[in-house]
Design a protein around this ligand. Structure first.
Ligand code: PGA
Length: 242
């Protein structure tokens, strides 16, 4: 694993955006695995800025998002579909046909998840997967205890995740209890992984993920076994790891 130290959130965003940017320049039709959450927002902002300056072209880029809440329509501001368009896709020249997200309104979980796995395969797999980490060690919505050999599937969110994500909703009861997520197996099949971690509150879980045992109880710990992981983290998140 490569560890890239960032001084602060802005620095983290620029360094991680540089890695994504290099991927897009080196392979114009690359497949990017993208993530939601607070941490990637600065990265998307930076990429938009470089796009506006003419340094980046997303015409042939394919995007595949990690996860989506079950039961939120695409026009719900809390859906990841809405988030990705509002935060990133609406501001760059990605071809809408190349944007892939799980359909949280599809009640047929088995069909929806198989469709997604097939779509990932048809696109030749993911070149670079952007990931955040949850306070409980989740990656995507793979919560503690998730089997390592799962592809896309439906999950029940843990109380810790519901608690962490309620900030995006009016009240805690509004946070969906179910989500569709790419599984650990799908994530591990990405050729490269870019993990971004910011803030003191992530320091403990980051240490467990990389210095602790590889265990489903800490889903991100599986990344110890991936042969191309780059971690970009700020000093506050890194201080217990180094
Ligand atoms: P965050 O979420 O970037 O909002 O902290 C990370 C995650 O839960 O994967």
């Amino acid at each position: 694993m490569k560890i890239i130290h960032a001084k602060n959130y802005n620095d983290l965003s620029r360094k991680a955006a540089n890695i994504i940017s290099a991927q897009v320049i080196m392979k114009q039709n690359c497949v990017l695995g993208l993530a939601t959450g607070s941490t990637p927002v600065g990265i998307y902002r930076q990429l938009i800025d470089w796009y506006n300056k003419g340094d980046l072209d997303f015409t042939n880029v394919v995007s595949i998002n990690l996860d989506e809440y079950v039961g939120l329509p695409v026009n719900s501001p809390q859906s990841y579909h809405y988030f990705m368009h509002d935060t990133f896709f609406n501001h760059i020249n990605i071809n809408p046909e190349n944007i892939h997200l799980l359909d949280g309104m599809n009640p047929d979980a088995v069909y929806e998840c198989r469709r997604y796995d097939q779509m990932i395969n048809e696109n030749g797999g993911i070149d670079l997967q952007l990931l955040g980490i949850g306070l409980d060690g989740h990656i995507g919505f793979n919560e503690p205890g998730a089997a390592f050999d799962l592809e896309t599937h439906c999950v029940r969110l843990t109380e810790s995740t519901i608690e962490a994500n309620k900030r995006f909703f009016k009240k805690q009861e509004d946070v969906p209890r179910l989500a569709y997520t790419m599984g650990i197996k799908s994530i591990m099949q990405a050729r490269k992984i870019l993990l971004v971690v910011n803030g003191e509150n992530k320091a403990d879980i980051l240490r467990k993920a990389f210095l602790g045992p590889v265990t489903p109880e800490v889903p991100a710990s599986i990344l110890q076994l991936h042969n191309s992981v780059t971690l970009v983290a700020d000093e506050a998140a890194l201080h217990t790891l180094l």
